[in-house]
Design a protein around this ligand. Structure first.
Ligand code: ATP
Ligand code: MG
Length: 346
C-alpha cells in the first residue's frame, strides 16, 4: 500500500473530502484542516452538509458565518436555506427594478414558488460553493467537508448547462430585439407606438443597457462556474480525498464514486480507511466476526484501490472531539503509522 502523504495533500489550495454517510468525513476534514493550520497555512474549513456538525466536533458554535477557531483556522457551516433567501432577495431586487408595475405581483408569486421548488436549495448551495472556490483569497487552503460526489459532479457539469441556458436567453433576447425594432419601425410609419411599457429599457431594442445589466449576473455566474470546474480539475490546485470504513456498503459506494470522479478527470488524491479494529479484536468473541469482515474488506480495498495512496485510522474509543481530540487525529494522519496500527490483513 502506498502511504498517503497528508503534508502534500494540504499544500494545494483546495481539498474536497467526501465519502458515504457516517464514515468519518467531518472528523477527517477537521483534523486535516487543523494539521494545515498547525503548519501555518491560513485554512478555512467549510461544511456543506445541511445537518452540520462542525460545531459539535469543535464543541463551539459556528454557523453560517466564518468563525475563527485557532490562529490560522476558521470554519463555516453553509446554511442552504439562508443562502437561498439571500439569493432570491438579490434576484427579487434586480427583477423588480426592471419589471413593469403590473407584472410585479406575478413576479413575487413566481419567486415564492421558486423558494419551494425542488433543487432550489442545492442551487443556492452551489452558488456559495463556487464563490468560495473562485473568489476566496484570504486563505491558503479551503477544506470542504462534503457529500460523496453529488456536488462535485454537479459543479463540473453545470458550466455547460449554464452556457446552453444563457445562449438560449441571449438568442431569445436578440429575437425580441429584432421584433421590437420591427414594431418600432412600423409604429413610426403608422404614427403610433405598439409597445407600451413602463420600462424604457424594453422599448429601446436589443442590447439596451438595461438588458445588458440583466444579463451581466448570468454571464458572471457562467464564468464563475466555469472557473470553479477548471480549478476542481486542476491537480496542482485541488485534491479529492475519500473517507470510508472497511465495510461492504461504503466499499461499493466509494468504488463507484472514485471511478466516476476519475472518469471526469477529477484528481482523486487518496483514501482514508477509518475505524479499523486492532488485531486483538480477533481474540474477543463478541468482536471476532466484525474483525474478520474488516479483514476481508481490507483485502478488497487493497485490490480495488491499489493505485490510490491511503491512510488507515484505528477505531478509537473516545476523545475525538474538541481541539485536543482533533489534534490527536491530526497527529495520526500526519505520522507514519506505528506497527501496532498497521491495517488488518497486512
Ligand atoms: N476513528 C474513529 N473511531 C471511533 N469513532 C470515530 C472515528 N472516526 C469518527 N468516529 C465517530 O463516528 C461518528 C461519525 O463521524 P463523522 O461525523 O466524522 O462522520 P461523517 O462521515 O461526517 O458523518 P455524516 O455523513 O453524518 O456527516 C462520530 O461520532 C465520530 O466521532
Ligand atoms: Mg459530517
Amino acid at each position: 500500500m502506498q502511504l498517503l502523504n497528508t503534508q502534500a495533500l494540504i499544500q494545494r489550495p483546495l481539498l474536497m473530502v467526501g465519502g458515504k454517510g457516517g464514515v468519518g468525513k467531518t472528523t477527517v476534514s477537521a483534523a486535516l484542516a487543523l494539521l494545515a493550520a498547525r503548519n501555518g497555512r491560513r485554512t478555512l474549513l467549510v461544511s456543506t452538509d445541511p445537518a452540520h456538525n462542525l460545531s459539535d466536533i469543535f464543541r463551539r458554535p459556528i454557523g453560517d458565518r466564518v468563525t475563527p477557531l485557532t490562529d490560522c483556522l476558521s470554519a463555516l457551516e453553509v446554511d442552504p436555506e439562508c443562502e437561498l433567501d439571500q439569493y432570491l432577495e438579490s434576484v427579487r431586487q434586480q427583477m423588480l427594478s426592471f419589471a413593469p408595475l403590473n407584472q410585479r405581483p406575478a413576479l413575487e408569486r413566481q419567486l415564492k414558488l421558486v423558494r419551494h421548488s425542488p433543487g432550489a436549495e442545492e442551487a443556492a448551495l452551489l452558488e456559495r460553493i463556487t464563490k468560495i472556490i473562485v473568489n476566496e483569497q484570504a486563505y491558503d487552503l479551503v477544506v470542504f467537508d462534503t457529500a460523496p460526489t453529488g456536488h462535485t459532479l454537479r459543479l463540473l457539469h453545470l458550466p455547460q448547462t449554464m452556457a446552453a441556458w444563457s445562449r438560449g436567453l441571449l438568442a431569445r433576447r436578440e429575437k425580441g430585439g429584432r421584433l421590437r425594432s420591427l414594431f418600432a419601425h412600423l409604429g413610426k410609419n403608422s404614427g403610433s407606438n405598439p409597445i407600451k411599457s413602463e420600462d424604457p429599457g424594453v422599448t429601446t431594442g436589443g442590447g439596451s443597457e438595461r438588458e445588458q445589466q440583466l444579463l451581466a449576473p448570468l454571464k458572471e455566474r457562467e464564468q464563475r462556474y466555469r472557473k470553479a470546474a477548471e480549478l476542481l480539475l486542476d491537480k496542482t490546485h485541488s485534491g479529492f480525498l475519500f473517507v470510508m470504513t472497511a465495510e461492504s456498503l461504503p466499499l461499493l459506494e466509494t468504488a463507484r464514486a472514485v471511478k466516476q470522479l476519475q472518469s471526469e478527470r477529477v484528481p482523486v488524491s487518496g483514501l482514508v480507511v477509518n475505524r479499523l479494529m486492532p488485531p486483538e479484536a480477533a481474540d474477543i468473541t463478541f468482536l471476532r466476526g466484525i474483525y474478520r469482515q474488516q479483514k476481508q474488506c481490507m483485502e478488497k480495498i487493497a485490490d480495488l484501490f491499489s493505485g490510490l495512496p491511503q491512510r488507515h485510522l484505528p477505531l478509537l474509543g473516545e476523545g475525538m472531539e474538541g481541539l485536543e481530540g482533533l489534534e490527536r487525529i491530526a497527529d495520526r494522519l500526519a505520522a507514519a503509522p506505528p506497527a501496532a496500527e498497521l491495517p488488518v490483513g497486512h
